[in-house]
Design a protein around this ligand. Structure first.
Ligand code: ZN
Ligand code: ZN
Length: 344
């Protein structure tokens, strides 16, 4: 079968590989769609030895069951599914509570992370990773598993602060951010302020239900402050889907006293936290800072429900498998608005 594999750090190549054999408890999926994620670029850029090579990338997968392995019950050929990408140890304190994204044993384990992923005609996954998607289009189902699940989890963690009438600033209206706007619209009654450098991204945010948009630049903080008022007031929650120094600076300078910073983007910026009574503080008093990671299986089921109800729709740009390396190059150049989805 055809696959697109990381053959060495930084190198993404087409390959012809045997169709994988399905083992006990596993399912062979015919891949219907795979989302191209910024995390794949981080995997490609990681130093030698951090991720196995050669490895088929792709952790945002939807497909149709082709074969079921010995001992698998509840799944049959033809079932349309989305794949929960994380494979925790299954027996640590976190996994037992359903928080496989916090597994205490497996640091970053999963499909397309520590074993072959979905950038291929077929992929083998443990049957326990599958969720039904009904008649949802597979190019929609695939991005729900990460681009939808990750912002949903971040919003879940901040939900106590997202009271009706509060304000949420969403920084970065890309693959995850455009889903976050819709999840906020569908599940809260907050005022949404979308922030991005791109006017096309801000137009998308407005169409999806953002109440205000701010074009990011040297005056981002002043322009957001004009909407949320001066300290100690401010944004109740800030979702930063970038995580670079400028966005982290904006985030901490617009969040309210007692607010919540959710640092989802992994661009490598630094957030200074100095517990002193200086004015202005690096982070306001009583403010929480969380670095969320992906989400849980139960949350993915809820994200799929939002998709099936028509409340969550990925803005998808499809590429054939032959063009997967080009899709990642476009993603790296910042040319993808919404989500690039590869269709084998
Ligand atoms: Zn991802
Ligand atoms: Zn575990």
């Amino acid at each position: 079968m055809r696959a697109v594999r990381m053959t060495a750090p930084g190198l993404l190549e087409h390959a012809e590989v045997p169709t994988p054999a399905v083992g006990p408890g596993e399912v062979l999926l015919r891949v219907g769609a795979v989302g191209a994620c910024h995390s794949d670029l981080h995997i490609l850029d990681a130093p030698e030895g951090m991720f196995p090579t050669p490895m088929t990338l792709g952790h945002e997968i939807a497909g149709t069951v082709d074969q079921v392995g010995p001992g698998v019950t509840g799944w049959s050929p033809g079932d349309r599914t989305a794949v929960y990408g994380i494979i925790g140890c299954g027996h640590c304190r976190a996994c037992l509570r359903g928080l496989e994204n916090q597994c205490r044993v497996v640091p970053v384990g999963g499909i397309g992370l520590s074993r072959d992923g979905g950038l291929a005609e077929y992929v083998v996954v443990p049957a326990s990773r599958l969720l039904h998607v009904g008649d949802l289009d597979l190019t929609q189902a695939a991005p729900l598993t990460d681009a939808g699940l990750t912002p949903y989890h971040a919003i879940e963690l901040a939900r106590a602060k997202l009271r009706p009438g509060t304000t949420c600033v969403v920084i970065g209206i890309g693959g995850l951010g455009h889903m976050a706007v819709q999840i906020l619209v569908a599940t809260t009654a907050v005022r949404i302020i979308a922030v991005d450098t791109s006017t096309a991204a801000l137009d998308l945010a407005t169409r999806l239900g953002a109440h205000e948009v701010v074009q990011a630049g040297p005056d981002s903080v002043e322009r957001i402050r004009a909407l949320v008022g001066p300290p100690p007031d401010g944004a109740d929650v800030v979702l930063d889907f970038v995580g670079a120094d400028p966005t982290l600076t904006t985030a901490r300078q617009v969040v309210a006293t007692g607010g919540q910073l959710m640092l989802v983007g992994l661009a490598g910026g630094t957030l200074p936290v100095r517990p002193v009574a200086d004015e202005p503080p690096t982070v306001p008093l009583e403010t929480g800072v969380v670095v969320p990671f992906w989400g849980t299986r139960a949350e993915l089921q809820e994200v799929i429900a939002l998709g099936r109800l028509g409340r969550l729709h990925a803005d998808v740009h499809t590429f054939p498998l032959d063009q997967a390396p080009e899709a990642y190059a476009a993603l790296r150049r910042g040319e993808i608005h919404g989500r690039a989805v590869i269709v084998p």
